[in-house]
Write a protein that binds this ligand. Structure first.
Ligand code: GUN
Length: 271
């Protein structure tokens, strides 16, 4: 069965819009976009459009790729201190001369809708509620919940150990009482491990999950999204092969991607 992120996310977006229509004070999302990375521009444009559709005030602050780090840090201070701004997002990746660590550490945890700051990621890992959960893992759990797919007691295999998806996904699955295995590029016998999984979350960015690896009744979540040699959008999972076998599977596009945006918007409304 296909986990239809497009439909589930559209419902969440409508609920958020409805909720905001009753609120006098609207949330205010400030997005910092540095340089001219094409993918980042598309992501930011989509976030702004979706935010405005819901009734969120959204401002994009753009800087050229050679901007001084200090100017960005000062802008973050200004946004942190602004009573109007409720949510801050610095679009990644950053140009090399700007320290990602310094930027992330500067954002107020109370406005950190990405869950990037040490305070929020630290809270997540020791089981204290962060101010916000990270968008992609939270969106994946929202999708599982929408289909009443249980997590407790299941063996969840997370492929990828990024700060943005793999690590927080593992933490959140653990919080839900899954038994979690984290795999990465140096993992031996990846196929044997995947074979024992009830839930697979793949966040790698290349074709890695094939049908001979997955077991029947498993839930396959594909976070990867990139263009193949023919220019088509594709994910980490060989969808055509795996779909007939798996109990549930997310398509690419139309699975995790729209859930990530809906989940981010949920955070901004909460802010
Ligand atoms: N770059 C790619 N994904 C993300 C994201 O979720 N948040 C931010 N800030 N930058 C990104």
């Amino acid at each position: 069965m296909i986990l239809d992120g497009k439909t589930v996310s559209a419902k969440i977006i409508e609920e958020l819009k409805e909720e905001l229509s009753h609120r006098a004070k609207k949330p205010y999302l400030a997005v910092i976009l540095i340089g001219d990375d094409a993918a980042s521009r598309v992501y930011v444009r989509n976030k702004k459009k979706k935010a405005e559709y819901i009734g969120i005030k959204a401002e994009v602050i753009e800087y050229p790729s050679n901007i001084e780090e200090e100017i960005v840090l000062n802008k973050i201070d200004e946004l942190n201190n602004s009573p109007e701004v409720t949510a801050i997002l610095v679009q990644m990746p950053l140009p090399e001369h700007i320290s990602k660590e310094k930027i992330i550490c500067r954002i107020s945890p109370q406005k950190d809708v990405d869950c990037f700051t040490p305070e929020n990621t630290g809270r997540l890992s020791i089981g204290i509620k962060p101010y916000f959960y990270p968008a992609t893992p939270q969106g994946i759990l929202m999708l599982l919940d929408a289909y009443n797919i249980p997590v407790e007691g299941k063996h969840a295999v997370v492929i990828g150990r990024s700060n943005i998806v793999g690590k927080p996904m593992a933490q959140m699955l653990l919080q839900r009482n899954a038994t979690v295995t984290i795999c990465h590029s140096k993992t031996k016998d990846l196929d044997k491990i995947i074979k024992t999984a009830d839930i697979v979350v793949s966040a790698v960015g290349k074709k890695i999950v094939r049908c001979k690896m997955v077991n029947k009744k498993s839930v396959i979540i594909d976070v990867g999204i990139y263009r193949d040699s023919n220019g088509n959008l594709t994910g980490d999972v060989d969808f055509k092969e795996v779909e007939p076998l798996a109990e549930y599977i997310t398509p690419v596009p139309g699975g995790v991607g729209p859930m990530t945006i809906a989940s981010l918007m949920y955070n901004v409304v909460k802010s």
